[in-house]
Design a protein. Structure first.
Length: 137
């Protein structure tokens, strides 16, 4: 396992590449389990690999090859974000955009004014909901 150094001096494992995992999972039709070993799932890698090597003619070896193909399809369809969440714990997670306190106060005041207009009957419930959704983005 190669390590990358960060500005803080901490060593983090290199992030796993989704394309490499897909290619290794497809290669699992010949030698199953390599993708699991690459992704750091050693036990599952051995569960796939050993029957594929030692009992190549038995149905369990076929089962591990089919499981490798299914894993390839899963990795292919899940997208980069979900892949990184699952296999790269140090990968930066998407965060919610934050608002400045002044922006938050302005939105809250606008919502209060909008609510008072609705209570006075000057705007309909539909108009209120549309404006509320627009304010909250």
């Amino acid at each position: 396992m190669t390590l990358d150094s960060t500005p803080s001096g901490l060593a983090l494992p290199r992030p796993k590449n989704r394309i490499v995992a897909i290619v290794l999972a497809l290669a699992g039709l010949l030698l199953p389990g390599l993708h699991k070993l690459y992704l750091g799932q050693t036990r599952w890698g051995l569960v796939y690999l050993l029957p594929g090597i030692f009992w190549a003619t038995l149905p369990i070896a076929t089962l591990t090859r089919v499981a490798s193909l299914c894993d390839a399809v899963i990795y292919l369809t899940q997208g980069d974000d979900r892949f990184h969440q699952a296999f790269n714990p140090a990968w930066p997670q998407p965060t919610q955009p934050t608002l400045e306190p002044a922006q938050m106060n302005a939105i809250a005041e606008s919502l209060r004014q909008l609510e008072s207009l609705r209570q006075e009957g000057l705007v309909t419930d539909y108009e209120f909901e549309q404006q509320r959704r627009q304010l909250l983005g």
